[in-house]
Write a protein that binds this ligand. Sequence first.
Ligand code: PRP
Ligand code: URA
Length: 215
Amino acid sequence: MTAPKIDSSKVIHVKHPVVDRDLTILRDKHTNTETFRRVLERISIILAYHALKHLQTRTLEVETPITKTTGYEIDSHVVVVPILRAGLGLVDSIVRFIPDAKIGHLGMYRDEETKQPVDYYSNLPEGIESAYVLVVDPMLATGGSACDALNFLKKNGAKNITFMCLISAPEGIARVQNQHPDVRIITAAIDERLNNDAYIVPGLGDAGDRIFGTS
Ligand code: PRP
Ligand code: URA
């Protein structure tokens, strides 16, 4: 099968020695739940730093002990939208930088047979139309869950959307780029492919199970 075509210039692929080391720990099937959570938190802070690069700022005057000067404050409302369950593992990294960020929730799981997302919950804050919306989910596999989430957010008025994930498959990137070319994708890894069960290869397995210790 030929690899799906992706526009790499529109994907922010975060490359960093610390990210590569941490991804290796997350991929390792021997990594226990406690370490997995700690490392996920650490790596997602670096992703969050990149995901927040496009926020608008406005200037203000600040008085240092020496003189007055120009400072900056964030001029965007940030709404973080984790795709449940696994997306919850990436929320705190954003909130560290933007403590007043609002959080929306989209609950969906992949049907084991069809691999299609099944929606079971949604709750979005007000003001999404003018917000910088950051959708977070560790895995972008077929792209079904991401596209479902993006469709829902756009139907509810979201315009400025970034999708932040840890590991993506070319298939998922291609699908999001085809259906939502306006959405920025930030990822720490672009893996080889999907297997017959639509899991990312090499991937890290089932992200939700690894974060929450279920199987
Ligand atoms: C995982 C992952 C994504 C989805 C990606 O969730 O967190 O939401 O699969 O796959 P896709 O790109 O093919 O749609 P899962 O369905 O396992 O639910 P969970 O987070 O509750 O474990
Ligand atoms: N969901 C996961 O959690 N992992 C994959 O590899 C694919 C979908």
